[in-house]
Design a protein around this ligand. Structure first.
Ligand SMILES: *Cc1c(COP(=O)(O)O)cnc(C)c1O
Length: 453
């Protein structure tokens, strides 16, 4: 494999220097940037290598042992390894590793459990839900009758509202799981509500899958009928998705179509997708092995400890932390009292090589591309081995920049050049002291590391 990859890299550099340059540029950007984006994480080099494998060359419609093409006996081993590892990681009875993304996984499930016009109850997008959970801007919101639940005054999921809406609208499917929610989700409570109205429960744990595997967040596997996740956020894997089932794998599927597990098999292929992306599946197998390995629990503990430390430090510095703290990797900051939009904060921090994302917060009335808040996440810094001291340093860096920002409008502001330079230096030092594991340290940072010691 090494020879093949080396030959490929050599050819890329010599025959397509422009593309090579941007690819190298992106690697360097990541090495020198403080990424606090909650939906990102750096993959292990072995995950990268698996994805760059010759598995990409095979078309293999179908499933291991039952393909529509010859020549799949080796590939079958790769997919079976991914299935076995997914089941082991999540304690699931059933796993489908073919979804191209979590969006695809959700739509495969929703488009088979529901008929067009049927009712779906999910967390509203502006309260922390995902586009695929019924937002009018996306497929599910257009083809189904989507009803959205939200948060109570403390910023926690309003379970009483979920139950009231479920009784009122009688959804066929209830979706739990979120994209910007810093607290634990009570899957058992969601299931009780679903059972009371005869709905299927879909848990989408794209954001917290790593904590679930590590046992640091309750698992939905035996509460939800089906669980979906992406593999590229907290599982540190390739871009892709999984569909899992536990206790209900053998429950009846709708319209007498066998068991739920059999139903999902047909739902992913041939109903919703074509051939699987086997190099991505190889990389999923690799990432899932790492996620059940000895070091992952330590990383997962660091994810939560860092987020708690960052939330506490930001609160001490006078920031409004939504829900007062965090149970997972997410820290949501409400900037409305500081008269600064999320967009201004995001742009100012980006100038200083700190990458975050603007996000709606409870009672937010600003447009989605402006917002009144920021979403921070600790997956990347935890992977870089940054502990709570570094997480507090990140909070102080954010404050250094945001305290110096003078907004002129929703998107325009002034940031003194001296503050920008100081913040960039501190970011560079932090990144140099904590390189992304397995990734080479860029030359300027190597000097910083030496100088810092
Ligand atoms: C990110 C996310 C998705 C979509 O994941 P993709 O694989 O990027 O399509 C779905 N659901 C939730 C809750 C997410 O956070």
């Amino acid at each position: 494999m090494g020879e093949l990859l080396d030959a490929g890299l050599h050819q890329l550099a010599t025959t397509d220097p422009r593309l090579h340059e941007v690819l190298v540029g992106e690697q360097l950007r990541q090495a020198g940037t403080l990424s606090l984006v909650a939906s990102c994480s750096p993959v292990d080099p072995s995950v990268l290598a698996s994805q760059a494998s010759a598995a990409v060359n095979v078309t293999a419609e179908g499933y291991p042992g039952r393909r529509y093409h010859a020549g799949c006996e080796v590939i079958d081993g790769i997919e079976q390894l991914a299935i076995d590892r997914a089941r082991r990681a999540f304690g699931a009875r059933y796993a489908n590793v073919q979804p191209h993304s979590a969006t695809t996984a959700n739509y495969a499930v929703l488009s088979s459990l529901l008929e067009p016009g049927d009712t779906l109850l999910g967390m509203a997008l502006d309260k922390g839900g995902h586009l695929t959970h019924g937002s009018p801007a996306a497929y599910a919101g257009r083809y189904f009758r989507a009803v959205g639940y939200g948060l109570d005054d403390a910023g926690l999921i309003d379970y009483a509202e979920v139950e009231r809406l479920a009784r009122e609208h009688r959804p066929k499917v209830i979706v739990c799981g979120a994209t910007a929610y810093p607290r634990q989700i009570d899957f058992a409570r969601f299931r009780r509500i679903a059972d009371r109205v005869g709905a299927y429960l879909l848990a989408d744990i794209s954001h917290t899958a790593g904590l679930v595997v590590a046992g640091l967040h309750p698992s939905p596997i035996d509460h939800a009928h089906l669980t979906t996740t992406c593999t590229h956020k907290q599982l540190y894997g390739p871009r892709g998705g999984l569909i899992l089932a536990g206790r209900d794998a053998d429950a009846p599927a709708p319209r007498g179509k066998g068991t739920l597990a059999q139903f999902v098999q047909r739902t992913v292929f041939p109903y919703f997708q074509g051939a699987p992306v086997l190099n991505a599946i190889a990389a999923k197998a690799r990432a899932l092995d790492i996620a059940t390995g000895p070091e992952f629990r330590a990383t997962a503990r660091r994810i939560v400890a860092d987020a708690r430390a960052m939330a506490a430090a930001l609160a001490d510095l006078g920031y409004a932390v939504v829900s007062g703290g965090t149970d997972n990797h997410i820290v949501l900051i409400d900037l409305s009292a500081r008269r600064m939009t999320g967009l201004v904060a995001e742009l100012a921090l980006e100038e200083c090589h700190i990458v975050v994302n603007k996000n709606r917060v409870p009672r937010d009335t600003t447009p989605a591309l402006v917002t009144a808040g920021l979403r921070l996440g600790t997956n990347s810094i935890a992977a870089r081995g940054m502990g709570t001291d570094a997480a507090v340093a990140c909070a102080e860096l954010i404050d250094l920049v945001l305290s110096a920002v003078e907004p002129y409008s929703d998107r325009e502001y002034h940031l003194p050049a001296a503050v920008r330079e100081l913040a960039r230096q501190r970011v560079a030092r932090l990144c140099a002291a904590h390189p992304i594991p397995g990734y080479p340290i860029p030359a300027p940072q190597r000097e910083l590391t030496v100088a810092g010691r």
